[in-house]
Write a protein that binds this ligand. Sequence first.
Ligand code: 6GU
Length: 225
Amino acid sequence: MRIDIITVLPELLKSPFEASILKRAIEANLVEVHFHNLRDYTSDNYKSVDDTQFGGGAGMVMMIEPIDKCISALKAERHYDEVIYMTPDGETLKQGMANHISLKENIIILCGHYKGVDQRVRDHFITREISIGDYVLSGGELAAAVLCDAIIRLIPGVLGNETSALTDSFQDNLLAPPIYTKPREYKGWKVPELLFSGNLPKIEKWREEQAYERTKERRPDLLED
Ligand code: 6GU
């Protein structure tokens, strides 16, 4: 998979890709991530990427021309399956969406800033608009990093144990069950005895029940889907 990220703040975006699982995925060539600074696609001396709104109103709008130049330069090199725009008014990111996008070959992610982009960018270049939740961030960069993490970890070979992504919270619309490690007892707080029984079917059944109870308690909305 190849991900091209278009941003006015590449420095805000880079560090999540320089540690742990994302770093290893890149080093193992399971994913390529490229950053494009929108200012490199401007044509005026000030390297302007935004301007005031037509019709008046507070806040700047990201201009179409640098975005067009950047996306067109990328599209001249290869086919893209998706051009995603990160925006708080997009579709809320869910596990199913992450699963779907992780199967794509090449994607572009455009990070919104200021008030957002000229509507014509959305009408003519964008194939999918994604939000990471009902709150407003200063820009789309951190949201893009969240999206990338959610999809890259699903690429086969990225996680050591291939089954571990399958047992994540949300993967089957259930939250994950409680988990424990050593010591068996800490300050008198014990690990459930069943987990030492060696009875794998019984342990699996307990985990399913716990996952269901936790979901019913915390996220009953997931059980309605
Ligand atoms: Cl994608 N962008 C911004 N600016 N804020 C957000 C968001 C995106 N998703 C949730 N809040």
